[in-house]
Write a protein that binds this ligand. Structure first.
Ligand SMILES: Cc1cc2nc3c(=O)[nH]c(=O)nc-3n(C[C@H](O)[C@H](O)[C@H](O)COP(=O)(O)OP(=O)(O)OC[C@H]3O[C@@H](n4cnc5c(N)ncnc54)[C@H](O)[C@@H]3O)c2cc1C
Length: 424
């Protein structure tokens, strides 16, 4: 055994960096072990490289965006919330701004700046960060953890590191190329923890209907409604995209949180897109009637140009089976009705969802029933703590997942340091 530390943190993502920095701030001797060549690879690509750091919504609204049990996070959010991460970043050179929907971003619009600020803050507090350091397991004696087994991925040298407390902050299973390969679940399982089934979440949806000519369209100001076993289950308003496998984009990702579980349960899942959510059937009918009068003998394609993005026109003509050359004043009642219905209820049968390489987060994880919400300590192994996505809590898009990582990281760092320093 070498290098006795108070706290060893496994994984230098946002949760691990904050946990390590907080523990060191309290005077603990802290090592942060990261298996990749540099810390926070995933953080550096968040928010399409812009990093949606957090949300400025109020706590009660926040909790509505978190599953499966938002109350588990009350103490973590109480210890370190949205304004705290903003202050920490601002004090470390990253100015922030709040955009539409209360979403907070760095003014520089560079996720990289957020990652570097957290790394520098942790180092400034005295954290020793060791890259290329892959943790392979723990040393647990009489249900108390007191060390970690590490292998250096560059030199191949294996060693054991002695410590009083361990924080698992290894993240989920999505985007494995960033280093998040689900190692923490295995460690926790070996330590006796229950792992709630892991599912990709905030993920693109595969559909039976794929319209090749529409691939790449960004639909804005539309609404999407989820139908599960014929029952209306959820609705979202905003943006969606057509892809070569089905549907993607912000509102589809938000609906995916329900879709994945429904598909796993073998339910029939459909998505209905309303391309004209601002107009009800009657208003849309009047609008169509006005357009038809104005266009007179002009053709259906010209009418569709007024109603749809250009890449969707041929798709609509195919589905409606109306000649694009037909004069609009010759459209019969049934044809007008089917056009209105398609604009209001463009249906997709959901066949599946994308995998770990594309999912933004992992749903499921280490059961919260076996973690103390006041400290993030394991209820099974003493001095073992958890932080971040490895825990069975996940948030919607909008900055909630990073805030979960920051808040649980802070609380785990805080309580592990106090525990380690008390035991001196
Ligand atoms: C493309 C994309 C965009 C996203 N955008 C946003 C966004 O804008 N806003 C938002 O709130 N959320 C976003 N998220 C989600 C967010 O990035 C994650 O929820 C967050 O990074 C989780 O933090 P974490 O510290 O728990 O885990 P991670 O960030 O996954 O970090 C875990 C770290 O542990 C290391 N590690 C794993 N196993 C070991 C081991 N055995 N030994 C040593 N080290 C190990 C990994 O290499 C990694 O560095 C996005 C995710 C993706 C994939």
């Amino acid at each position: 055994m070498k290098n006795a530390y108070d706290v060893a943190v496994i994984g230098a993502g946002p949760a691990g960096l904050i946990a390590a920095g907080r523990a060191a701030m309290l005077g603990a001797k802290v090592v942060l072990l990261e298996k990749m060549e540099k810390p926070a690879r995933k953080l550096r690509i968040t928010g399409k490289g812009r990093c949606n750091i957090t949300s400025m919504k109020l706590l009660e609204d926040y909790l509505k965006e978190i599953s499966p049990e938002p109350r588990f996070l009350r103490q973590a959010f109480g210890a370190f919330f949205n304004q705290d991460i903003i202050d920490l970043l601002e004090q470390n050179g990253v100015a922030t701004k709040t955009e539409r929907g209360e979403r907070v971003f760095p003014v520089s619009e560079k996720a990289w700046d957020v990652a570097e600020a957290l790394v520098n803050w942790a180092k400034k507090n005295g954290v020793e960060i060791i890259n290329h350091s892959q943790v392979e397991g723990f040393i647990i004696e009489n249900n108390v953890v007191n060390g970690v087994k590490v292998i250096n991925s560059k030199s191949g040298i294996a060693e054991s590191i002695n410590c009083k407390c361990v924080i698992i902050a290894t993240g989920g299973k999505s985007y494995p190329a960033t280093g998040s390969t689900g190692d923490g679940y295995k460690f926790a399982e070996i330590a006796g923890h229950k792992i709630v089934s892991l599912r990709p979440s905030l993920v693109g949806i595969e559909t039976k209907q794929v319209y090749k000519s529409a691939i790449g369209i960004d639909l804005r100001n539309i609404s999407a409604t989820l139908w599960i076993d014929g029952k209306k289950s959820a609705s979202e308003f905003g943006e969606a995209n057509f892809t070569d496998y089905g549907l993607d984009g912000p509102i589809i990702l938000r609906l995916s949180r329900f879709i994945v579980d429904s598909k796993i349960a073998g339910k029939k899942v459909e998505i209905s897109i309303d391309l004209k959510p601002a107009l009800d059937h009657q208003k849309l009918e009047s609008r169509l009637q006005r357009d038809i009068i104005e266009l007179g003998k002009k053709d259906v394609k010209t009418l569709l140009k007024l109603l749809l993005p250009s890449l969707l026109i041929d798709v609509f003509i195919d589905i409606l089976k109306i000649s694009p050359l037909k004069p609009v004043n010759q459209l019969n009642g049934a044809e007008k009705k089917s056009l209105i219905n398609l604009l209001k209820d463009f249906r997709f049968d959901v066949t599946g969802y994308r995998g770990w390489n594309e999912a933004i987060i992992t749903a499921g994880g280490i059961s919260i029933k076996e973690i103390n919400p006041k400290t993030m300590e394991s209820k099974i192994v003493k001095n073992l703590y958890f932080a971040g996505e490895v825990i069975d809590v996940d948030g919607n898009t909008g900055g909630y997942n990073l805030q979960i990582a920051f808040s649980t990281g802070w609380l785990a760092g805080d309580s592990s340091a106090k525990q380690a320093l008390e035991s001196i």
